[in-house]
Ligand binder design. Structure first.
Ligand SMILES: Nc1nc2c(c(=O)[nH]1)N[C@H]1C(S)=C(S)[C@@H](COP(=O)(O)O)O[C@H]1N2
Ligand SMILES: [Mo]
Length: 423
């Protein structure tokens, strides 16, 4: 579709559209147009009460917490869940900035609750097709050369509510099974070398120490590539809900495979066909057959602000911002539409744009007060373009639950409110 700017003669609706979107990409309001003139509010220069006395002492809270005015920024669940131990909580993407998810807001997904593990008693066993089957304590593991890397983690069930209707009320409930942290641990390749992996090894069973004994088969190629055995997250030891004291982390693969509370790695020559890769975590296609081992989280993006639940405070300048990511590597570009996908405008990608990490995008927009439908569309470095919902449904049908990565649409109404729609 040609850009409206490039058209020689503009039809009346085209001209109207051009008037409405010409200001996309604008960086701000004109000088002196936002806030209040100082002359109109002289009281603002008075010294406030909290400046007239000392504040709370140092070590008031030995472990810091957000301001009491930010209490609404919390993890939430779609429904309370019949079995609270087999449930998930979701990241409040609409209230976050940058690309790093604060640890206390990282979504949780547990199949049998959070085990209470004594790190002194925890062991990681590596056995099977190994010349030197090994048992490691936490102290043993932390002695190995380690790396710290920033990666996203997405549950393949993320956005599963959106297949047939726009069912989630906001971006936390539609896209909140998503986080991005700095992970520190030992490359799995280093541990496999220590255990003496045999040449016929093709798959590795990873098993958790939780009540679900969560188990998945990991291809050896991934294990030797960028898999990590992780003990720290965002600079501190893992939190209990994210796998304390040890988890597997597979960058760009579906979250389920990053086994938390990791206790065992068994090296084999074939996949182990665990419950989680047979009855669950497969994708039923239109013909009734099931795709198995769909590990990669393909390119996806979403606008986090403005998004449903937020209300645009008047027409004029608004920055559209969101997150884009791809299990295939780096994000190459993000385009934003304000008219439901009729026209696209390239957004600014904020550095750093990291491998298999969330990438923040931004685009200035002058809202004229009329109805609009906001969308974002990512292209990754392999050239993969995020599909529309109809393209995805045409390829996958409506039997699938996992791996929904279609373009998301937020409708802006004239009162400034936003809602989840299928455009
Ligand atoms: N042992 C174990 N590992 C597990 C799970 C689990 O229930 N038990 N849940 C998996 C799923 S489905 C996801 S999406 C991620 C979630 O990781 P998080 O809770 O740290 O966000 O952990 C995975 N690893
Ligand atoms: Mo998951």
């Amino acid at each position: 579709m040609p850009e409206p700017q490039r058209q020689a003669s503009l039809s009346a609706p085209r001209r109207e559209f051009f008037r409405r979107t010409a200001a996309l990409g604008a960086v701000a309001l004109g000088a002196g147009q936002s806030g209040t003139a100082v002359a109109d509010d002289p009281d603002a220069l008075q010294v406030p009460a909290w400046t007239r006395q000392p504040g709370e002492p140092v070590l008031w809270r030995p472990y810091g917490l957000p301001s009491e005015h930010e209490k609404h920024v919390i993890r939430r669940s779609r429904s309370p869940g019949v079995l609270p131990g087999a449930a998930s909580s979701m990241t409040p993407l609409q209230d976050l900035f940058g690309i790093i998810t604060p640890t206390g807001l990282v979504f949780e997904r547990h199949h049998a609750g959070i085990p209470k593990i004594d790190p002194a008693q925890h062991r990681l066993v590596i056995h099977g097709l190994a010349r030197n089957p090994r048992i490691f304590t936490m102290d043993d593991l932390v002695r190995f050369p380690s790396v710290s890397r920033i990666h996203f983690l997405e549950c393949s069930g993320n956005t599963a509510t959106e297949w047939s209707r726009p069912a989630s009320a906001n971006v936390q409930l539609s896209h909140g099974l998503l986080s991005c942290c700095e992970w520190t641990g030992v490359p799995l390749a280093v541990l496999l070398e220590e255990a003496g992996i045999r040449p016929q090894a093709r798959w590795i069973l990873a098993e958790g120490a939780d009540g679900a004994a969560m188990s998945r088969s990991i291809p050896v190629s991934k294990a030797l590539d960028d898999a990590l055995v992780v003990y720290a997250q965002n600079g501190e030891r893992l939190r209990p809900e994210h796998g304390y004291p040890l988890r597997l982390f597979l960058p760009g693969f579906e979250g389920n495979m990053s086994i938390k509370w990791l206790r065992r790695l068994k090296i084999g020559d074939a996949p182990f066909q665990t419950r989680e890769e047979t009855s669950k975590y497969t994708d039923v296609l239109p013909d009734g057959s099931a795709r198995q081992f769909t590990f990669l989280m393909e390119a996806k993006s979403v606008i986090t602000a403005p998004s449903p639940g937020q209300v645009l405070q008047g027409k004029g300048f608004h920055e559209i911002t969101g997150l884009a990511w791809t299990g295939s590597g780096r994000v190459r570009r993000v385009d934003v539409s304000v008219d439901g996908g009729a026209h696209w405008h390239e957004a600014r990608l904020e550095a750093p744009v990291l491998h298999r990490a969330l990438t923040r995008f931004r685009l200035g927009w002058q809202w004229d007060g009329g109805p609009a439908v906001l969308q974002s569309r990512v292209t990754d470095e392999t050239g993969f373009v995020q599909p529309t919902r109809s393209q995805l449904v045409a390829a996958r049908g409506l039997n699938s639950l996992y791996h929904f990565n279609a373009i998301q649409s937020w409708r802006v109404s004239t009162d400034g409110s936003l809602s989840n729609v299928h455009a």
